[in-house]
Unconditional design. Sequence first.
Length: 158
Amino acid sequence: MIYITNGQGQVLLIKRHTQPFKHWFGIPSGLIHQNETIQEAARRELFEKTTIETTTELPLAGVLDFRYLEEESKDTFVHAIAFIYQYHYDGPKSKLEGIETRYGKLHWSTLDHPNVLPEVHKIYSLIKEGNFSVSSMTFSEPSSDPKAKKPYLKTITD
């Protein structure tokens, strides 16, 4: 996962086009390919998800072990161990805002949007603390609030 900031204190999020969490806002992320270092994977994912290309080392901010549980069965349906890298974007904000990739649509955010995945808030806290850390977190799956007609996520443990 790459936590990308700009000079206005915003974070670059991607509104997901695919499941799980379609239409939710998350941090650009992806898988490590065979024979690829974690650093190489981070730079490749940065480019694939955002079109930002860099050859410099990205600073590693921490590790987040997180999982999502199905609401009824409480079975795990997503479990990821994310290496959190940081990148500061100095280019024009408009160059990335609204860009569509095959993975989703990019948006600069102050993280106050209701459909930001909760691991993003945990990563924000991890980055804000400024100390490398390893954390673990569990969430319930997205579901619908019948009154608000909006999906929500509930943190189960922190």
